[in-house]
Design a protein around this ligand. Structure first.
Ligand code: NAP
Length: 226
């Protein structure tokens, strides 16, 4: 059984996740940072794409000591399982996601990934081999479900989110919209990749909550099932 999949992203007022050079930008403030940290603390696993690993080098650890203590009291490890989607096993062995904080890591690669790089990653993470040219996200979610992961948070980027939406694997989306304009037609957005052409293929959402946070708004969407 696949986990419930909840996407969380911060975007500028013009819908960009970062600059066109893929440089990380501070879009929200302290209150939203705490909300995201709490969401992370409430989940079993956090997933990102290799593009985000290479651009931002995030650790995806839970930052708040209270949240870590609370996870501990619930019999959970301090940090959720951290998952990277990485067809070619390009995750650097010294990436923060593999080295910072304790806990289980998973790297999902394809059958075409370089065996030497996969061997190195196996010393740091559980490696799932799924798919031929790109990672088979449905298969990865089934494997994560078999590992006992019931709730998965996806932290981006736009290419991975588009892949998950295309495969019908997203249940909820939180979009924080901050008070800056980043601009640039090539800057990442929530759903990159080739996009959809036919209106019948568009993902349909139901808006369930709107909250003002810091100097922006948080939207909570449910993804309607076809
Ligand atoms: P990404 O979404 O993090 O990673 C995408 C990569 O995942 C693909 O290029 C592909 O690389 C791999 N992949 C493997 N199988 C896939 C599949 N089935 N579907 C989709 N992807 C698959 O990269 P990105 O789009 O370049 O996003 C990175 C940017 O987003 C950075 O600028 C970062 O700062 C920004 N970001 C912003 C936020 C925010 O909330 N504002 C959050 C996260 C990231 P391979 O072919 O090599 O496997």
């Amino acid at each position: 059984m696949r986990p419930l999949v909840v996407v969380n992203v911060a975007m500028s007022a013009d819908g960009k996740l970062s600059t066109r050079e893929r440089r990380q930008v501070k879009i929200s403030g302290a209150e939203d940072f705490s909300r995201v940290d709490r969401l992370k603390a409430s989940t079993d696993a956090v997933m990102i794409g290799i593009g985000t690993v290479l651009a931002d080098d995030p650790s995806l650890t839970v930052k708040s000591p209270e949240s870590r203590r609370e996870r501990h009291n619930r019999g959970k490890p301090e940090h959720p399982v951290r998952v990277v989607i990485d067809s070619e096993a390009r995750t650097p062995p010294d990436a923060s996601i593999l080295t910072k904080g304790e806990g289980v890591r998973v790297v999902a690669v394809t059958g075409q990934a370089d065996p030497d790089r996969v061997s190195v990653l196996r010393t740091k993470a559980t490696v799932i081999v799924a798919g031929k040219t790109e990672v088979d996200l449905g298969l990865v979610l089934e494997e994560l479900g078999a590992m006992g992961i019931r709730h998965l948070m996806v932290e981006g980027g736009g290419t991975l989110i588009a892949g998950l939406v295309r495969a019908g694997l997203v249940d909820e989306i939180y979009t924080y919209i901050g008070n800056i304009i980043i601009g640039g037609k090539d800057a990442p957005t929530l759903a990159d990749g080739p996009g959809w052409i036919r209106e019948t293929d568009f993902a349909r959402l139901e808006l369930t909550e709107v909250t003002r946070i810091d100097n922006g708004i948080l939207l909570h969407w449910l993804v309607k099932k076809p």
